[in-house]
Design a protein around this ligand. Structure first.
Ligand code: HEC
Length: 240
C-alpha cells in the first residue's frame, strides 16, 4: 500500500538569513541614473525667456522697421541727400584759352606772344590775329607753310595744323584768348564759327600758303558778317 506522500517539510528556516528582496534593491533604486550629456530637457524658465525675447523682437521690428524704406532706415540721412543735378560751371573762354595756349602755342609764339625773330611771328597786333576771325580759324585749323609776312617781317617756317589736335570749342577759346591778349582787343570767337570753317575746309589737307590766305580773305569779304561761313572753299574761289 502506498501512502500518500507526506507533505514536504517546510523549507528549513534560514535562521533570519532570509532578506527581503525589496529591501535588498532599495539602495540600488535610490541611486539615480548617471546624468548624461546632451539629454537634459530645456528648463522652463529658458523657454519663457526665449518666448519673451521673440515677442520683444517682433514688436521692435514692427515698431521701428519703417516699412524697410532706405530713406527711413538711414541713420545719417544728411549724407544721402539726392545729388544735385550736375551742371558744369561755365568755363571762361579767356581762362581756358590761356591754358590751351600755354600747352599748344608757347613753344613757338612764346608766353608773351612775341614769337621769335626770324622764325616764329608775334601774335600781338597782327592782321592774321585781329583781322577776319574766319581766316584766323583757317590758319590754326590747317597750318601755314612757306614765306609769310607778318608786321613787315618775313617768316618761312611751318605753322602746324591743329584740326586733329583740338576741337572747335577748344580752338575757339584759344583764338578768343590771343585776340584779347598781347595788346589785341578783337572780338571773341564762337565755337560754331570754328566748326563752320572746319566744315568749309573738310576737303582740304594741305597747309595754307600766303597767296591762298590772301584769296580766302578776299573771297570772304562777300560774306560781311564774320560768323557767316560758306559751305565749301570753291564758293570763295579756292581749290581745296
Ligand atoms: C611749331 C611751332 C608753332 C606752334 C606750336 C604754333 N605756331 Fe603759329 N606759327 C608758326 C609759324 C612758323 C608761323 C608762320 C608760318 C610761316 O612762316 O609760313 C605761325 C603763324 C601763326 C599765325 C599767323 C600769324 C599772322 O599774323 O598771320 C597764327 C595766328 C598762329 N601762328 C597762331 C598759333 C596758335 C594759336 C598756336 C597754338 C594753338 C600756334 N600758332 C602754334 C609756328 C608755330
Amino acid at each position: 500500500m502506498t501512502e500518500p506522500p507526506e507533505p514536504a517539510p517546510p523549507p528549513a528556516d534560514d535562521d533570519g538569513d532570509e532578506q527581503d528582496v525589496v529591501e535588498m534593491h532599495e539602495p540600488i533604486l535610490r541611486e539615480h541614473a548617471e546624468p548624461r550629456d546632451g539629454n537634459e530637457s530645456i528648463p522652463v524658465w529658458l523657454i519663457i525667456l526665449m518666448g519673451a525675447l521673440l515677442l520683444w523682437g517682433g514688436f521692435y521690428l514692427a515698431r521701428y522697421s519703417g516699412d524697410w524704406r532706405s530713406d527711413v532706415l538711414d541713420e545719417n540721412p544728411h549724407a544721402r541727400r539726392p545729388l544735385r543735378a550736375f551742371t558744369p560751371a561755365p568755363v571762361d573762354p579767356m581762362q581756358r584759352g590761356e591754358q590751351l595756349y600755354t600747352i599748344y602755342c608757347t613753344a613757338c609764339h612764346g608766353y608773351d606772344g612775341r614769337g621769335e625773330p626770324g622764325r616764329y611771328p608775334p601774335l600781338g597786333e597782327t592782321e592774321g590775329v585781329t583781322g577776319d576771325q574766319r581766316v584766323l580759324a583757317a590758319i590754326v585749323l590747317g597750318g601755314v607753310e612757306g614765306p609769310l609776312e607778318v608786321r613787315g617781317e618775313q617768316y618761312d617756317e611751318q605753322m602746324p595744323a591743329f584740326r586733329d589736335r583740338l576741337h572747335s570749342a577748344e580752338l575757339a577759346s584759344v583764338l578768343t584768348y590771343i585776340r584779347g591778349s598781347f595788346g589785341n582787343e578783337a572780338a571773341p570767337v564762337e565755337p560754331q564759327t570754328v566748326a563752320a570753317v572746319a566744315q568749309m575746309m573738310r576737303a582740304r589737307q594741305r597747309p595754307w600758303s600766303e597767296a591762298e590766305l590772301h584769296l580766302l580773305r578776299e573771297g570772304l569779304e562777300r560774306y560781311e558778317d564774320e560768323t557767316e561761313v560758306p559751305e565749301t572753299l570753291e564758293e570763295v574761289g579756292i581749290e581745296p
